[in-house]
Design a binder for this molecule. Structure first.
Ligand SMILES: NC(=O)c1ccc[n+]([C@@H]2O[C@H](COP(=O)([O-])OP(=O)(O)OC[C@H]3O[C@@H](n4cnc5c(N)ncnc54)[C@H](OP(=O)(O)O)[C@@H]3O)[C@@H](O)[C@H]2O)c1
Length: 254
């Protein structure tokens, strides 16, 4: 029996690690992508020999190129573009380099890898692509500004791509989690904020529910928690400036 092959970026921690575990549980061989090789190797040892490790920094041309090259070898029927990070604070206090890093990892890399994967999958007449956006994609978020802007861009790109490739047997899902306890809060510096106390679910549940929906061919937009759906509903019907102020109040220093 030939095993299906998946690739997960940002597999060294949090939601990506949970996707890798869940995919292996469902019988996939998985290519694990991230920078921290030690963590990838430890996960590979746990998940078994079918697992492959690819250390790459998706903020660099070289890293994006290495992952794209692996994709172009073909055979990958499911890609999770999950690697991502945020920085809390005022934009004016952020070094330009961190803005570049966020735009590359959160937006440029998933767009380029989606393009490569979708072309490959459309050629094979089947495939599943999951792009991890965020609830932050639905309104501007003061104090998590660049992060929310990259996620809004990724959501827009992913939903448009879903329509473009729907006729070729390729399912594209924009996954929009709320606040999930992972390494994200440490990297972004959101610990202790009101955001940190918003409703939450485990990374394992996010991965399970995302794959359940995507492998059934839809819906392309996946909104996990009930509270999140209420909040999306509110965002659609509240004036945009109200949604933005509420989001900013969750991230502002108290
Ligand atoms: N946690 C939340 O509340 C939440 C909510 C909505 C959306 N999300 C999204 O979920 C995704 C996963 O985040 P998480 O919550 O699981 O956070 P996490 O535990 O910090 O994991 C982030 C992953 O991204 C990888 N990564 C970061 N920079 C990278 C780079 N330059 N090159 C390659 N890989 C890189 C990290 O690996 P290395 O450090 O080893 O490179 C790590 O595996 C992100 O896209 C995030 O925006 C998270």
């Amino acid at each position: 029996m030939s095993e299906q092959l998946a690739m997960v970026t940002g597999a060294s921690s949090g939601i990506g690690e949970a996707f890798a575990r869940e995919l292996v549980r469902r019988g996939y061989a998985v290519i694990l992508v991230a920078r921290r090789l030690d963590r990838l190797i430890a996960l590979q040892a746990e998940l078994g020999k079918g697992t492959e490790v690819l250390a790459a920094d998706l903020a660099t041309e070289e890293g994006m190129g290495a992952v794209a090259a692996r994709l172009s070898r073909g055979g990958i029927s499911l890609l999770v573009n999950n690697a991502g990070l945020g920085f809390r604070g005022l934009v004016v206090d952020q070094p330009e380099a961190s803005i570049t890093r966020l735009v590359r990892v959160n937006l440029e890399a998933p767009m380029r890898l989606s393009r490569g994967a979708a072309a490959q999958m459309a050629g094979e007449g089947r495939g599943t692509l999951i792009n991890v956006a965020s609830m932050g994609a639905f309104q501007p978020v003061p104090y998590l500004n660049v992060y929310a802007a990259t996620k809004a861009g990724l959501l827009s790109f992913t939903e448009a791509l879903a329509d473009e490739v729907a006729g070729f047997g390729v399912t594209v899902q924009a996954l929009c989690p709320g606040n999930i306890p992972t390494g994200f809060q440490d990297v972004a510096g959101t610990k202790g904020s009101r955001f940190d106390r918003t409703p939450s679910m485990s990374a394992g549940e996010v991965a399970r529910r995302s794959l359940d929906a995507a492998l059934q061919g839809g819906p392309t937009l996946f909104l996990p928690a009930r509270m999140d759906r209420i909040s999306i509903f509110a965002q659609r019907f509240l004036p945009r400036f109200v949604a933005r102020r509420v989001a900013g109040s969750l991230l502002k220093s108290e």
